[in-house]
Design a protein around this ligand. Structure first.
Ligand code: GDP
Length: 209
């Protein structure tokens, strides 16, 4: 099934569980450290310039943004984490919001964690990844900013990401560049599968449970 990417609209910013859509449509959730390029990845995926805002107030950590794609699928943009200037109180609010999202297993169809292809994943990345892996839902890692790597760095960096996050072999790491477009087709295919087939099995291999 092919998604009409021109049919994408911002739905709402959710600050509490009552605001989470629960209408049974598939939900693909994106998480990542602040500044990792999450907005840029979403924009690249949809071939838009300013759909999800780039460089939007770092540390605005208390809202989950929902976008509706082709009336078939939600793109769920979790607030970025790891921004140094965020207060303890706001970090706690972030934690409660994310916990409440993960607490309802009916919400997530596919999890997408974005990390920086250049760096070893941070402690916060590992925590986030654990949430995804513990959910038992299909999950992939996007290693963004690939264009910033030398060719010789790609394989070792991807291996380091896999090892640091403790990824099972079945979990895909997608080398991605929001700037150049690498990885877009792979991620888009996963979105389309999520839209067409409802919940995917663990490992995002497209088999239904
Ligand atoms: P967010 O805070 O995770 O939403 O990150 P943004 O999308 O705002 O991007 C943060 C910065 O990284 C911006 O300056 C982007 O232009 C830059 N950026 C994002 N993705 C890429 C990428 O794939 N390659 C390069 N070179 N820069 C990127």
């Amino acid at each position: 099934m092919s998604l009409n990417l021109n049919q994408a609209e911002f739905l709402r910013s959710a600050a509490k569980p009552e605001d989470f859509p629960r209408d049974g449509l598939p939900q693909v959730v994106f998480a990542g450290r602040s500044n990792v390029g999450k907005s840029s990845v979403l924009n690249r995926l949809l071939n838009r310039k300013n759909f999800a805002r780039v460089g939007a107030a770092p540390g605005k950590t208390t809202h989950i943004n929902y976008f509706l794609l082709d009336r078939q699928l939600y793109l769920v943009d979790l607030p970025g984490y790891g921004y140094a200037k965020v207060s303890k109180a706001e970090k706690a609010r972030w934690g409660r919001l994310i916990e409440s999202w993960f607490a309802d297993p009916s919400l997530m169809t596919l999890g997408v964690q974005i990390v920086d292809a250049r760096h070893k994943p941070t402690a916060d990345d590992i925590t986030m990844c654990t949430c995804f892996q513990d959910s038992g839902k299909p999950f992939v890692v996007v290693a963004n900013k690939l264009d910033k790597l030398k060719k010789s760095e790609i394989t070792p960096n991807l291996a380091r990401i896999r090892e640091t996050l403790g990824l099972e072999d079945s979990i895909q790491v997608i080398p991605f560049s929001a700037v150049k477009g690498d990885g877009r087709e792979t991620l888009l295919a996963l979105l389309e599968r999520s839209a067409g087939r409802g919940p995917l099995s663990s490992g995002a291999d497209g088999q239904t449970d």
